[in-house]
Design a protein around this ligand. Structure first.
Ligand code: FES
Ligand code: FES
Length: 164
């Protein structure tokens, strides 16, 4: 199978039970996505597959065959931090940092989802692009847990990144 990861192409032969997370971390040495629960509950393994956020511990690597996978380490360009990563730094949106790569990838995917008009569970007006209120951001990021409870600063960082 072929995986394009953070701009590099890899050819792999894997057991079909290997998850995308293990393919990245154990077979390719790409350690930005973290293994927290390995059960789809914490979001620390979140990456973007063809631009959409996925929990890589719940995705078989073979299901991502041919996909362009972006980890938190592959965001940004020309040595500059991605605006979402910069906002996390500016707002001090972490303590231990273990959840942070997943939080950032999830936030990038979430902002694109909102921009495309995708509603969330708390969206009241289904016409037009949803306004990213604090409740909207909390709901849309609810799949990403932070054991350090840096939630107020994570919320502030994403709200900052969402501003035009
Ligand atoms: Fe994938 Fe927790 S490690 S959701
Ligand atoms: Fe420690 Fe989120 S910063 S788990």
């Amino acid at each position: 199978m072929t995986l394009h990861v953070d701009g590099r192409t890899h050819e792999l032969t894997l057991d079909n039970r290997v998850t995308l997370l293990d393919a990245l971390r154990e077979h390719l040495g790409v350690t930005a996505p973290k293994k927290g629960c390995d059960h789809g509950q914490c979001g620390s393994c979140t990456v973007l597959a063809d631009g959409r956020r996925v929990t890589s511990c719940l995705t078989f690597a073979v299901a991502a065959n041919g996909a362009h996978v972006t980890t938190a380490a592959g965001l940004g360009a020309d040595g500059d931090l991605h605006p979402v990563a910069q906002a996390f730094q500016d707002e001090d949106a972490f303590q231990c940092g273990y959840c942070t790569p997943g939080q950032i990838c999830s936030a990038v995917g979430m902002l694109d989802e909102a921009k495309s008009g995708a509603p969330s569970f708390v969206t009241e007006d289904l016409d037009g692009a949803p306004e990213l209120t604090a409740d909207e951001i909390r709901e849309r990021m609810s799949g990403n847990l932070c054991r350090c409870a840096a939630y107020p600063n994570i919320l502030a960082a994403i709200a900052k990144a969402a501003r035009p």
